[in-house]
Design a protein around this ligand. Structure first.
Ligand code: AMP
Ligand code: MG
Length: 343
């Protein structure tokens, strides 16, 4: 994956930037953001780097350029470290390396990998398996389908299904170890890894005293405190006219509508229903606001899979989580908002 040289720019919030950003607003997050007072003179810094197959942008306020450079290095090296652990593309990532062994015995994994597996398990349990990091055998079938322009056969789907199911991943919290119940399980953290990485990058910045920060991982946002003198970061959400002011939260969007394979005039999304193994055929854009990046990212994918009423009931059961779902149907576009989604 090519890595762009980090670019640094000072200046005002650009129009392009505010158009790229996704978002929505949640009042309770904003209140906390206002508690920090503006001190000293802070300058705005912006950096970017391609990692995890997407462009990560780092935007923050720092009292000096020395500290800004230190913060850039810390945040991006953490991101590189996480890609090396979590990537399912890299043959030498920790994730790829544990796969064959974990079919036979419990494998002790790094704290980061364990944290992501544990969060995935929790979201899977709470969403009835709509998020399922074991979908990789299905993902591989759909990659072939895309290339060969043919649907996976029932036999192929059946064979893959034997290796899919979040309950096939056993986590031992005491040992921080993972083991699979059946051979041949493969993991794909594509639905949550970026959210976790953004959370961790924000932690790196915080450790250096930089709290007025925004991390954008390919459109998914992790927001720290608001820019100096402002109530929140100005952000936009796909399909909404309004600009929201947000801080101290995460905003993630899953778009089953943008990445898809078309076969025999039908669209199949890159998001897969783990029950059927079929790429989603309904067209939806799901945006989730949550306290952490991993939860927003994971839920945005999971809610894409679920029927609207179930998705909405589920969101309202999570504290400080809100969601907006745009769904294209024969009657046109429908816009659903969870109870706490900001007006
Ligand atoms: P996202 O863009 O965050 O919604 O993640 C989509 C990616 O997650 C896909 O490209 C797949 O690699 C993977 N994926 C697809 N369907 C699921 C699913 N139901 N649960 C977990 N991961 C999935
Ligand atoms: Mg996701």
């Amino acid at each position: 994956m090519p890595v762009l040289p980090p670019a640094i720019q000072k200046g005002t919030f650009s129009l392009v930037w505010s158009l790229i950003l996704l978002a929505a607003g949640c009042p309770s997050f904003q209140v906390r953001a206002q508690q920090a007072s503006v001190q000293g003179s802070l300058e705005r810094y912006e950096f970017h780097q391609i990692q995890m197959g997407t462009e990560f942008r780092l935007l923050f306020y720092s009292p000096s350029s020395e500290l800004a450079q230190k913060a850039r290095r810390a945040a991006f090296s953490r991101l590189e470290e996480l890609e090396q652990i979590l990537s399912d593309y890299r043959a030498d990532s920790e994730l790829t390396r544990i796969l064959p062994r974990a079919s036979n015995e419990p494998v002790v994994v790094s704290p980061d990998l364990f944290a992501v597996l544990a969060a995935a398990e929790e979201i899977s349990l709470k969403t009835g398996g709509a998020l399922d990091i074991t979908v990789k055998p299905f993902v591989e079938l759909w990659k072939i389908a895309r290339l060969e322009r043919r649907l996976p056969s029932p036999q192929e789907l059946e064979a893959a299904r034997k290796r899919v199911g979040y309950e096939k991943v056993l986590l031992n919290r005491r040992l921080q170890a993972v083991q699979f119940r059946v051979p041949g399980v493969k993991l794909d953290l594509g639905a949550i890894a970026k959210g976790y990485a953004a959370d961790q990058m924000l932690e790196e910045l915080k450790a250096l005293g930089i709290r007025r920060a925004l991390i954008d991982g390919g459109g998914d946002l992790r927001l720290g405190l608001a820019p100096p003198g402002q109530k929140g970061w100005k952000v936009r959400i796909k399909g909404e006219e309004k600009e929201y002011l947000l801080a101290n939260c995460s905003v993630a969007t899953s778009s089953g509508d943008l990445q898809y394979t078309e076969i025999d005039g039908r669209r199949y999304s890159h998001i897969i229903d783990p029950v059927t193994g079929i790429g989603l055929q309904h067209r939806s854009i799901v945006t989730v606001i949550a306290p952490t990046g991993i939860l927003a990212d994971g839920l945005a994918t999971a809610l894409s899979v679920l029927p609207i009423d179930r998705a909405m009931r589920l969101v309202d059961g999570f504290p400080e989580v809100a969601a907006r779902i745009l769904r294209q149907s024969e009657e046109g576009q429908q816009n659903f908002r969870s109870q706490h989604f900001p007006p």
